[in-house]
Structures are given as structure tokens and as C-alpha cells.
Design a protein around this ligand. Structure first.
Ligand code: ZN
Ligand code: ZN
Length: 243
């Protein structure tokens, strides 16, 4: 926490409004005992000015075919702080190569990011409430560069923050299987975590699968991470922290 506060104080320009912080991963700074974590449940306030503005910005960016999309600087700071979830319409940003989300208050990225097929560079740096990404981001086949605050991630190699125990409800469940894109039909998606290299960083991905077969078809995680898909919880054995 101290580190996060210091970082923020250093980077915050004088005219910045306070943005929401969370304490999920504080024990790594305080050397406290971990307790079971919960996936962020915050619902996006769809009545807020920030939500309206980000939807407009996406519409504009889709229409003008821009290659770089960085909504933060185009919004009032208080509006940017109201955006906790990106709209699903990011799927329309077919020409965007670089998605910049510096200093966001996001708590989740929707699975529709997988439809941003031109994406090469992903920069959610200093978005301290983003602890995981949807598995669908692996569909961005051109993605090769990322700038992520890795200490904010579940299972980060520095501190091995725990993963929330699955299954957990959260407001951004995909409509189709994360792995085979098949429909869930009447069955509940099966949730698993897996750590995989996304561009420059190894990140925790949340999978919503239609079947055990789809879980079995997931790729093998890189060395030094839990070697198979798992359902988190404090009892999970992770490789040693590399402080
Ligand atoms: Zn959090
Ligand atoms: Zn499937």
C-alpha cells in the first residue's frame, strides 16, 4: 500500500481528482497474512457522465478508424474515474493497434477485447484495480507489446498474491466459451485461472469454459507459474515469490 500511495503521489498532476483505490493486494506491501480474495464486483454506473463519454469516444474512434485509442486524456479526470468497466463496444475498434488505459479506475476488461483484431500494444499501466484479464485477450493474435503494473496482478512473480477461489459471480461473464467460442447452452460456464504470456507480460487470465475438454485444451503456462489451470484459493501452491 505504501508503495502504491507513493507512486500515485508522484505521478498525480496537481489538477487530478482522487480516484478509487482498492486494498485487495495490500498484504504484499504490509507483509500481512493473505485472506481469501474476491473478484471485484463493482457494477459500472451506466448513468454517470463518464460512462456516456467513454461510449461517445469509442463511437468516434470506430468511425475515424484511428490506430491509437487513449480515452483518459480526452475525459475530465472525474469522468475517467467513473469508468470501472470498458464498454463491450470496444469490439468495434477494429483498426486500433494501441490501447492506452494509463491511470484508469477499471476493475475489469470485458471479453470483447478479443475482437480488437488489430491490437498490437496494450498499455493499462497504473490501473491498480486490474488484477486479471479475460482469457479472450489471447485472440488478439498481433498483440506483442504490453505495459502492465504486474504487482497489481494475482499470482505476480514478485509476491505471488493469491488468486480468488473460483467459482465466483462477477458482472462480466462472456456469452460464449472462452476457449472454443461455443455456446454455453443451459450449462453454467466452468471458471478456471491460468497464467499465460500476453505480449511482454505473464498475466492471470480468467477462463469461462463450456466443458472439461476445453479446460484440458488450454495451453501450458510458462515455467515458474502454476503449471495447469486452477481454481485459486489460499490453499493453491504457487512457486516461491521472487522478491
Ligand atoms: Zn482490488
Ligand atoms: Zn468450449
Amino acid at each position: 500500500m505504501k508503495l502504491l500511495k507513493n507512486l500515485w503521489a508522484k505521478e498525480a498532476p496537481a489538477n487530478t481528482v482522487p480516484r478509487p483505490f482498492c486494498h485487495c493486494l495490500d498484504p504484499q506491501y504490509e507483509e500481512e497474512k493473505w485472506t481469501e480474495l474476491q473478484i471485484h464486483q463493482e457494477e459500472q454506473d451506466t448513468g454517470s457522465a463518464g460512462w456516456q463519454r467513454i461510449n461517445e469516444l469509442i463511437e468516434q474512434a470506430a468511425a475515424d478508424g484511428r490506430r491509437e485509442f487513449s480515452p483518459g486524456p480526452e475525459m475530465k479526470p472525474e469522468e475517467w474515474a467513473q469508468v470501472t468497466e470498458l464498454p463491450k463496444s470496444i469490439s468495434t475498434l477494429k483498426r486500433v493497434k494501441h490501447l492506452i488505459l494509463y491511470g484508469s479506475s477499471l476493475v475489469r476488461i470485458p471479453p470483447e477485447i478479443g475482437e480488437m483484431t488489430a491490437l498490437k500494444q496494450f498499455s493499462p499501466y497504473t490501473s491498480y484495480r486490474l488484477h486479471w484479464f479475460p482469457y479472450e485477450i489471447t485472440r488478439c493474435k498481433k498483440l506483442k507489446d504490453s505495459t502492465i503494473s504486474t504487482r497489481a496482478l494475482y499470482g505476480n512473480y514478485k509476491d505471488r498474491a493469491p488468486f480468488p477461489r473460483l467459482p465466483q459471480d462477477h458482472p462480466c461473464v462472456p456469452q460464449r466459451c472462452s476457449v472454443c467460442e461455443g455456446s454455453f447452452g443451459d450449462t453454467q460456464p466452468i471458471q478456471y485461472w491460468i497464467s499465460l504470456r500476453i505480449a511482454t507480460d505473464v498475466v492471470p487470465l480468467l477462463v469461462h469454459a463450456c466443458s472439461r475438454e476445453c479446460i484440458a485444451n488450454l495451453p501450458k503456462p510458462p515455467e515458474n507459474y502454476v503449471q495447469s489451470p486452477h481454481q485459486g484459493g489460499l490453499g493453491l501452491g504457487q512457486p516461491k515469490a521472487d522478491r
